[in-house]
Ligand binder design. Sequence first.
Ligand SMILES: Nc1ncnc2c1ncn2[C@@H]1O[C@H](COP(=O)(O)OP(=O)(O)OP(=O)(O)O)[C@@H](O)[C@H]1O
Length: 293
Amino acid sequence: MTLTLQDLTFIKNNKKILKNINFSLEKGETLGIIGPNGAGKSTLFKVIAGLGIPTSGNVIVDNESVFDKPHLQSKIGCFIENPVLYPYMTANENINIHLNLFKCKENEFSEVLIEQLGIEKFKDLKVKNYSLGMKQRLGIACSLIHNPDIVLLDEPTNALDVNGVKVVKDLIKYKTKNKKIILSSHRLSEIEELCDKIIIMNNGEIVEQFNTKERSTILKTHYIINVDTRKKDLKLNTPVSDLQSEGSEYKFLVSSENMNYVLKELGEKNIKIISMANEEKNLEDYFMERIMN
Ligand SMILES: Nc1ncnc2c1ncn2[C@@H]1O[C@H](COP(=O)(O)OP(=O)(O)OP(=O)(O)O)[C@@H](O)[C@H]1O
């Protein structure tokens, strides 16, 4: 079973909030969506979950449109920031309402959720007395309680303490096998750690998507090279960046794919290499370069 988004566009109040979004997700894959504030991430989650009807395009589950076949919505579980919970009810009562909503009973997965998210400890306490983190834990449990195949988690670790973050990360890593997960977070290290695929969104559109397996070519590695030209100007045919000079010493960056070419050129030009270091870029560095600058 595949989840496919086909040319999804969402216009609200004459504003194009989502523009031609295309991607697909297979069983067992986790997709991370990152982007600056206002990029359209939450809107995308809402549209996939059926909380907004797209202006054009489609969301396909099991070869059928979720907008034509509303029962397919029950295959989707969606946690979006600030979950709606009943404040005068306990955790148990909130969970039961969600189970009833999806016409299901407690199941193996719901037990895992309750146990893993530490809800046992406050199951009989009314939600109005909860801390932000407790609400977040219960919100995640309620949205996934019906054991959906497709799990949408919009900033699930936002209000959580260190232990809560670990609990949610472990849940995604170990307890949601065979599901399709879409996750957003402003903690980019979390996305890097948990996701197989990453989409970078900006202004309502996908500006880049890649598999984390390709990260070595996309995110990583460049080399910092220090050379001494022995009083000559440095002229290279190989593309390098961030060229800085001090006297006859030059420092520059070169990508891993251009490394061999630059070494060959330096050798041919008899330029002395003083030092060479490889520097790993992480998703945060890449994101800052690509989007925030
Ligand atoms: N109902 C609405 N009517 C008009 N504009 C909206 C509506 N909902 C969202 N927007 C706009 O759509 C854009 C995307 O908002 P969205 O909340 O999806 O972004 P986001 O990437 O989730 O941001 P953040 O990282 O801050 O949570 C914003 O410019 C927002 O103002």
